[in-house]
Write a protein that binds this ligand. Structure first.
Ligand code: PRX
Length: 649
């Protein structure tokens, strides 16, 4: 199959930091002599004590990953202080509120003061180096201050996306034993409020039942809504900040000191606390930010993600700020107050680099070109995509309509675990094929293997592994190193297994085909089907549940649930609604089931294993090719499932 190729645009090549020759040369060096390559690029950040050791990593046995291990540095120093002399008055953060009339600009000098004050607030309330701080915030500058203040004193932040429910928040507070929570009275998105403080109160109550204790809750006033107040525990952000000193020295952090924990879903069990450490992560986030987006000083850069996801960590806060960039933080949603919001913001702030998710592109494509074409978008130079495979139609629309055919698209493949982008085009170097993430970034060695682990060479379709470490890689699952080894290094021994399927074409380009495990990707949000199943079975009426993804025009994948009811319970539309509400309250609105099919039985093998392959096919309305069903304990259940399928075309 040959795909259309969009050749490197001459303009992009002219201004680019990296052209194809340089890419090929650097890539070769990076895999041939990683020590030498990363010794050079490790110097892109400032060190209090320079490293002498570069790479000390093993994917075998106990799995140990250390980069720059004897170096000493500090993330907030690198993201703020080191820029003060040259660009203290430059805008570090442009904040664009949910309401288009609401915005502000924060210079590096101001950022320094906010972060120092907040670091002092944390300290004076007992937070010490190594302590875990949970951040449950809307997209306001205080979220970035909170992250940076933690890094300033060596506290480890754990951000929980503001769309998660109290239950989900409680689980994450408990897992990392976090005693300090930073939140806001309410969040504001698309004109609707989100009761963050009330959710936090509930979460703390839930966590307390398991013996977890939160000592302090720092509350930012966002909407000034009236909130419940626990004297002695709750603190107003503005009051504490006013009392705090505007200077706080950055803590001396070892390269491998923990930086943050971010929970993410896998195919089994509860979400894992992905742990990233200090120096390798920052080197990798800043380097990828510069080269992948072809960032030049003075550029206005906008990533539309939420800081609750890894994209927000690496490419709203740490990467751009380490590079002294102006990063735009957006509180709202793409279609509020109208589907032209993104492009209005691009024009308003003269955005040069724009990075978003395919789900947003598809939704805006559906709203009609006129919302785009009425804006100028002349400032745009590089467009980015992340989070899920981008279908070629959406890619072409993004390229031709949004970018007017003059901005390269970087389709960046990576994961929470990888810390930064691993497979991606570079704007001035890579010919583009719509739908392909193209080629590996420096130092990244992808490998495709079949299900038995045999290495596939040349053009092939297989499971995507990475065979050697890169500095941004996660170091462990918080509190459970064995799970880290099991999850990522045991399927194919000695290799990092990504969980993604992938095709490599005749030009060596990589095409991510989606997850090969029981993880689904809904609007770029990653979700374990097991989590949704356990939320469903926690409802009184449900005896058993099986959840699969199915192709969805806008969301990429939708959530399809098969539910077997308890004896005596009757299927009904009301019960369906109740179950949707139940999952929303257990996990959060992002996990809302799209389809619920009541099923008298699920297809199981004689040993009791649910045959998901069959459930996936039925959910896709592709029941003509169910394959072999003869090994089922009761083949008749399939007829009922097909008969009552919810996705009839
Ligand atoms: O399946 C891949 C998909 O998103 C997964 C990682 O999800 P998460 O850890 O939440 O991080 C998302 C943002 C980095 C991957 O295993 N994915 C991410 N980017 C792409 C992608 N699939 C295809 N193309 C991409 N560009």
């Amino acid at each position: 199959m040959s795909s259309p190729v969009h050749r490197v645009l001459p303009e992009a090549k002219k201004r680019a930091l990296i052209d194809d020759d340089k890419y090929l040369k650097w890539y070769k060096q990076s895999v041939k002599s990683p020590e030498k390559f990363w010794a050079k690029h490790g110097k892109r950040i400032d060190w209090f004590t320079p490293f002498t050791k570069v790479k000390n990593t093993s994917f075998k046995g106990k799995v140990s990953i250390k980069w720059f291990e004897d170096g000493v540095t500090n993330v907030s120093y690198n993201c703020i202080d080191r820029h003060l002399k040259k660009r203290g008055d430059q805008v570090a953060i442009i904040w664009e509120g949910d309401n288009p009339y609401d915005d502000k600009k924060i210079t590096y000098k101001e950022l320094h003061e906010h972060v120092c004050r907040l670091a002092n607030v944390l300290k004076s309330n007992g937070v010490k180096k190594g302590d875990r701080v949970t951040i449950y915030m809307p997209m306001i500058p205080e979220a970035a201050y909170a992250m940076l203040a933690c890094t300033r004193i060596g506290a480890v932040h754990s951000i929980v996306f503001g769309g998660f429910s109290p239950d989900a928040l409680a689980g994450r507070i408990e897992d990392c034993d976090s005693r300090f929570v930073i939140t806001a009275d309410e969040g504001l998105r698309g004109g609707k409020t989100i009761p963050l403080k009330a959710n936090t109160d509930k979460a703390i109550e839930i966590a307390a039942r398991d013996g977890a204790k939160v000592d302090k809750v720092l509350v930012v006033q966002r909407t000034s809504a009236k909130v419940n107040w626990v004297e002695g525990r709750d603190l107003w952000y503005h009051q504490e900040m006013a009392k705090a000193k505007p200077e706080c020295p950055p803590a001396k952090m070892k390269a491998e000191d923990p930086l943050f924990i971010l929970y993410t879903s896998g195919s089994t069990g509860k979400p894992k606390g992905v742990l990233h450490t200090t120096a390798g992560y920052l080197v990798y986030a800043s380097m990828t930010h510069e080269y992948v987006f072809d960032y030049h000083p003075g550029d206005i850069y906008w990533c539309t993600a939420d800081v609750g996801w890894v994209t927000g960590h690496s490419y709203i806060v740490y990467g751009p700020l380490a590079n002294g960039a102006t990063t735009l933080m957006f509180e709202g949603v793409p279609n509020y107050p109208s589907p032209s919001r993104f492009w209005d913001v691009v024009d308003k702030h003269q955005v040069n680099i724009f990075y978003t998710a395919p789900t947003a592109i598809r939704a805006l494509m559906g709203a009609g070109d006129e919302h785009v074409t009425k804006s100028s978008r002349k400032s745009l130079r590089t467009l980015g995509s992340v989070g899920e495979p981008i279908n070629p139609e959406a890619w072409e629309w993004y390229y031709n309509v949004v970018g007017d055919g003059r901005c390269p698209i970087v389709d960046t493949w990576w994961q929470t675990e990888t810390g930064g982008i691993l497979i991606t085009p570079l704007p001035g170097a890579t010919n583009l094929k719509p739908g392909s993430a193209t080629r590996p970034f420096f130092g990244v060695q992808p490998q495709l293997v079949d299900n038995e682990g045999n290495v596939l060479e040349g053009a092939a379709d297989g499971n995507l592994c990475i065979i050697d470490s890169w500095p941004g890689q996660m170091r462990t699952v918080y509190g459970d190193h064995e799970r880290f080894i099991q999850t990522y290094f045991s399927t194919y021994k000695g290799k990092y297994f990504t969980g993604d399927g992938c095709r490599r074409d005749e030009d060596g380009y990589y095409w991510i085909t989606g997850r090969v495990d029981d993880v689904i990707n809904v609007s770029g949000h990653r979700m374990g089907t097991a989590e949704v199943e356990s939320a469903l079975v926690s409802h009184d009426a449900v005896s058993e549940a099986a959840v699969v993804g199915y192709p969805h025009d806008v969301k990429g994948q939708g959530i399809y649930c098969y539910v077997t009811l308890m004896h005596g319970k009757e299927p009904s539309d009301d019960l369906r609604k109740e179950l949707v509400g139940h999952v929303r309250s257990e996990i959060g609105p992002i996990a809302s089931p799209d389809k619920i099919q009541f099923a008298p039985g699920l297809p199981k093998t004689r040993s009791g294993k649910i045959m998901r392959r069959i459930l996936r096919k039925i959910a896709e309305d592709d029941f003509g090719s169910l394959g072999d069903t003869s090994t089922l304990a009761d083949p008749a259940v399939v007829d009922d499932l097909v008969e009552n399928r919810q996705n009839r075309k």
